[in-house]
Design a protein around this ligand. Structure first.
Ligand SMILES: Cc1cc2nc3c(=O)[nH]c(=O)nc-3n(C[C@H](O)[C@H](O)[C@H](O)COP(=O)(O)O)c2cc1C
Length: 351
């Protein structure tokens, strides 16, 4: 296709990516657009985009799947990306593909793609496509990364999926994939909400650096959410609640010092199982003189949520302080499963 016959003059791809899978997909989409004569640009979500005046624009939002839905940064992008009224748009998500017995297994995106698409549509964008691409599962705080050959095979398949999706969309078709995952994703929406509002916070507070940390600040400098700060006497990384568990810190750490404390998670779950939260909520409501009325259950729920956020923050801060005791630091790092896990390095550095 020549430049003059291109369906779109300008293709703007707004991407949020942890370990580079979605960035890789966006770059490949951009190449397909350029091959068709369009001007294409990949921008990180949250950075300012230039005002565009092209006659026919296509705006794409790209992100990984987290907890069977879209991570917060891409939801925010869908709500804030400027000048989308009347503009043609699409959403493409990556999901965690795996390889078992020589076969590629697909990930599961649930509502990850349709949620931002719906938000864009509500803002007046004309949705032309929704899709998902299988890239290697990168959740290395939970499972070890696949072997390099398996990663290569999954990326090759993912590349083919991007080429098909991009080709159809850029040649003027509308492409709405993933309706069955959407239906199932809606059924399990409570699980996704639980992930977004609670599990994400607990998981953020699982991270710590073991005794191999050299305070090189790679994690701090590269975090897409600015959620890691080096502090304390030994300059150790501390993860705040902005963390989205994107795994970039774990993947990029040059000494593989970043661990996820599974034992910490068990401690948090025990802490949250104590009836203190419910007790404190009813005591506070009682002290405020609110013991009946339709707003009470909602207020009790909000107080319980506040208890989760504050108690986990305090518990993490204490555990993090414990890391300054050398013996305890070694014990804490030896008690993690992640110490033996292969790290996921991203599609660019595979092999
Ligand atoms: C916290 C977290 C949650 C995830 N949840 C899902 C999921 O629900 N379904 C799925 O298929 N993949 C899931 N994945 C895998 C990623 O979506 C997948 O590996 C993606 O390609 C990572 O892209 P990125 O490198 O651009 O961040 C999850 C990964 C992480 C880190």
């Amino acid at each position: 296709m020549t430049a003059s016959s291109a369906t779109f003059d300008s293709v703007e791809l707004i991407v949020w990516s942890g370990t580079g899978n979605t960035r890789h997909v966006a770059e490949r989409f951009a190449d397909a657009a350029r091959a068709r004569g369009a001007e294409a640009r990949v921008t990180a979500a949250g950075t300012a985009t230039e005002k565009r005046t092209a006659a026919r624009r296509l705006v794409g939002l790209l992100a990984p799947t987290h907890g069977f839905t879209a991570p917060w940064p891409i939801i925010k992008a869908a709500l804030t990306v400027p000048d989308v009224r009347g503009v043609e748009a699409f959403v493409l998500v990556t999901r965690g593909g795996t390889r078992f017995g020589g076969r590629n297994l697909a990930g599961f995106q649930g509502t990850a793609a349709y949620l931002p698409a719906a938000l864009l549509a509500l803002r007046g964008a004309r949705i032309r496509g929704v899709g998902a691409v299988d890239m290697p599962l990168n959740w290395t705080v939970v499972v070890p990364a696949a072997a390099p050959e398996a990663v290569a095979a999954i990326v090759d398949r993912g590349d083919a999926q991007v080429d098909t999706f991009a080709g159809r969309l850029l040649d003027g078709e509308t492409v709405f994939g993933g309706l069955v995952p959407l239906a199932v994703g809606l059924l399990i929406l409570p699980i996704s909400l639980g992930y977004m509002l609670i599990a994400r916070l607990l998981l953020a507070k699982m991270f710590f650096a073991d005794e191999r940390c050299t305070s090189c600040r790679t994690c701090e400098k590269n975090c897409p959410q600015h959620a890691v700060r080096l502090s304390g006497g030994g300059l150790r990384p501390y993860w705040n609640y902005r963390c989205q568990n994107c795994m970039r810190c774990m993947s990029n750490c040059p000494t593989d010092a970043i661990q996820g404390g599974q034992a910490w998670m068990l401690f948090y779950l025990w802490l949250l199982s104590l009836p203190i939260g419910a007790f404190a909520a009813s005591a506070l409501l009682g002290a405020l003189g609110v013991s009946t009325g339709p707003a009470v259950p909602l207020m009790a729920l909000l107080l319980r949520y506040a208890w989760i956020v504050i108690s986990i923050w305090v518990a993490y801060s204490l555990l993090w302080l414990g890391l300054s005791v050398p013996g305890l630091r070694v014990l804490l790092s030896r008690s993690t499963l992640t110490r033996g896990y292969r790290r996921y390095r991203g599609p660019e550095s595979r092999g």
